[in-house]
Design a protein around this ligand. Structure first.
Ligand code: ZN
Length: 315
């Protein structure tokens, strides 16, 4: 995704926690995430439990194999006790929780430009069904990145007992359209939805940012009930993403907070469940691209996002 769109909402700083704002002004780069994380952790006393929540071979993680090719992703409404869940899906701290991962774009969108350019209703107006996404200068596609991170997240979250559903798994000719992406999360009654992306901005623009839904009440879109929980989800993800990856928040949007609020994204406008986007880095910057094309870094990215989800769901 890029910021070529007509609308951009600056983050609403007054609503941020005073402690975070004050310290964010003083603490640059990677330390910010720690500050965000610590600030959040002190609100519920659960900060120390977050660190080992995901990716740790702790006793809470079942040893059963959570194969990334379980094939359950596209089943409609796979309840935690429905079908034939693996052992990892029926135990763990996220038992009963449903997480929908939305891998941005589709590797085959490039071959279906007519279909993805079809307009769909996002409440505030019409917007293209889907977009191709960006690539690194060397041609590594955002859609490949998003699927890879989604698979890694699925493995991590299933080990925590969550029921995980993907909006697409490279198994469709294109899309889905952004309205369907939202609908999949809604119909799954997801406890949290994360749309995974990487940005296509200018050279020198670096870092990640999490996109939060702004308050929209127009047509079929009414995000008002999800604004607050989505903000909480996004803050947890941002803090944990910094902590695990060591990446700094974006240096080109969000005023160094790693958080941006938007009202022009159909995937957010049409969601009725807590949902955020994350732009994990800028594919068009060579230093960010070196990270985004590294499997080891993508594992950290998946772990950071997943730990944020776990933190949010465990409260
Ligand atoms: Zn994107």
């Amino acid at each position: 995704m890029s910021y070529a769109g007509p609308e951009f909402d600056p983050p609403r700083r007054p609503r941020r926690r005073p402690l975070t704002v004050a310290l964010a002004a003083l603490v640059p780069g990677a330390l910010l995430g720690w500050v965000v994380y610590e600030a959040l952790g002190t609100t519920d006393g659960s900060g120390s439990s977050d660190r080992a929540a995901v990716g740790s071979p702790s006793a809470t993680a079942p040893s059963a194999d959570a194969s990334p090719s379980s094939g359950d992703d596209e089943k409609p409404s796979p309840g935690p006790t429905g079908g034939t869940p693996s052992a990892s899906a029926v135990s763990g701290p996220l038992k009963g929780k449903v997480v929908v991962i939305d891998p941005g774009h589709n590797p085959a969108n490039f071959e279906h430009t007519a279909e993805i350019n079809r307009k769909v209703d996002i409440g505030t107006g019409l917007k293209e069904c889907d977009t191709t996404g960006t690539t690194t200068n060397a041609g590594y596609a955002e859609a490949e990145f998003t699927l890879d991170v989604a698979h890694r997240m699925r493995t991590l979250l299933e080990k925590q007992g969550a029921t995980v559903k993907l909006t697409q798994d490279g198994d469709r000719p294109y899309g889905p359209c952004i309205d369907e992406r939202a609908r999949i999360g809604n119909e799954a009654k997801a406890d949290a939805v994360v749309s995974v992306h990487a940005d296509g901005s200018g050279t020198g623009n670096r870092g990640f940012h999490v996109i939060l839904p702004g308050a929209v009440n127009s047509g079929s879109a009414d995000t008002r009930p999800i604004v607050a929980p989505s903000k909480e989800l996004g803050e947890r993800i941002a803090g944990n993403f910094v902590k695990v990856t060591g990446s700094a928040p974006s240096n080109y949007v969000g005023d160094g907070t790693g958080l941006v609020t938007r009202k022009d994204l159909g995937g957010l406008n049409l969601s009725t469940v807590p949902k955020v986007f994350i732009e994990c880095g800028n594919m068009r910057d060579s230093k960010d691209a070196a990270q985004l094309t590294s499997g080891a870094w993508r594992q950290k990215a998946a772990q950071g996002i997943s730990e944020g989800i776990v933190s949010f769901l465990r409260g």
